[in-house]
Design a protein around this ligand. Structure first.
Ligand SMILES: CC(C)(COP(=O)(O)OP(=O)(O)OC[C@H]1O[C@@H](n2cnc3c(N)ncnc32)[C@H](O)[C@@H]1O)[C@@H](O)C(=O)NCCC(=O)NCCS
Ligand SMILES: Nc1ncnc2c1ncn2[C@@H]1O[C@H](COP(=O)(O)OP(=O)(O)OP(=O)(O)O)[C@@H](O)[C@H]1O
Length: 235
């Protein structure tokens, strides 16, 4: 199984690229969706976060007020670290479970869309790593326009992550999303060819098909050896 890492900075265009992957039939595990699930009312993540941040962060229906929690954690690094610490185990196991379901289905290539791939040290599990890069001014403007927040709030969110230029240096593949969608789609077509090339032996052995083939070979080998020793001892 090939597990492709897709990361970048906030509003650099990860969802835009993951939508292109989905449109080409490649399954995507979206860490933001997993993170949402683990913060739903009544879950373990929700209980830990309410215990740490208080009832004030809840809406009338008991769900977490995400905008309010965002305001708190994106303007205070220690609160953000606390939230990360509380949710990290739930998010990691949620991602693992989603990958496992795709493995069971027999998917050969999957994409993990994880904004904090490097920050959470999950990069060691993915190859290749695609970084969606954008110049800093475009990133700021797109974030302000998409989320309807002030420039200061947008800067806080951008600064809450590792530098996008640093991430770019760690990438196997870079998609420069500073231009038009036409430019981006052109780069994506080339990336798609790279990502869907035949699996290496290591990747194949990690796929469900590879694991089954390995198991069948081991069983056949053991049976063949038993028969050999049995017929040898009868003689
Ligand atoms: C703080 C929360 C409630 C704000 O929710 P909101 O709906 O406004 O934003 P959303 O979840 O859609 O995230 C938008 C983007 O913010 C960035 N981001 C989210 N959490 C973090 C974080 N802890 N540190 C840095 N950047 C973050 C990501 O680029 C993400 O794509 C939410 O982001 C959250 O629960 N974050 C902690 C969980 C987490 O680490 N998520 C990232 C998945 S790897
Ligand atoms: N090439 C492009 N040209 C113009 N707008 C774009 C382009 N790519 C993305 N956008 C817009 O920029 C915004 C951010 O893109 P997107 O939501 O894909 O980023 P993201 O990295 O997934 O963000 P987040 O980290 O918050 O999940 C969106 O409003 C999107 O429509």
């Amino acid at each position: 199984m090939r597990i492709v890492g897709l990361t970048g900075g906030i509003a650099s265009g990860k969802s835009t690229i993951s939508n292109l992957f989905k449109a080409h039939g490649i399954p995507v595990v979206d860490a933001d969706l997993v993170a949402r699930d683990v913060l739903r009312k009544g879950t373990g993540g929700w209980k830990r976060v309410v215990a740490a941040f208080g009832q004030e962060i809840l809406l009338d229906n008991g769900e977490v007020n995400r905008a309010q929690l965002g305001q708190i954690v994106f303007s205070d690094p220690s609160k953000r670290q606390l939230l990360n610490r509380l949710l990290a185990p739930y998010i990691s196991s949620g991602i693992f479970f989603e990958v496992f379901k795709l493995w069971i289905k027999g998917c050969k290539v999957i994409v993990l869309d994880i904004p904090l791939l490097f920050e959470a040290k999950l990069d060691r599990w993915t190859k290749p790593i695609i970084v969606v890069w954008v110049d800093s001014e475009t990133q700021l403007q797109r974030l302000v326009a998409r989320d309807g927040i002030s420039e200061e709030q947008a800067r806080n969110r951008i600064n809450a992550q590792m530098e996008l230029d640093w991430k770019r240096g760690k990438a196997d593949i870079v998609i420069d999303n500073s231009g038009t969608m036409v430019d981006t789609k052109e780069q994506f077509e080339k990336v798609l060819i790279q990502v869907t090339r035949p699996l290496t032996w290591t990747e194949f052995s990690l796929s469900r098909q590879g694991a089954v083939s390995l198991l069948v070979s081991v069983i056949v080998g053991v049976l063949a050896c038993r028969n050999f020793y049995y017929s040898d001892s009868v003689r």
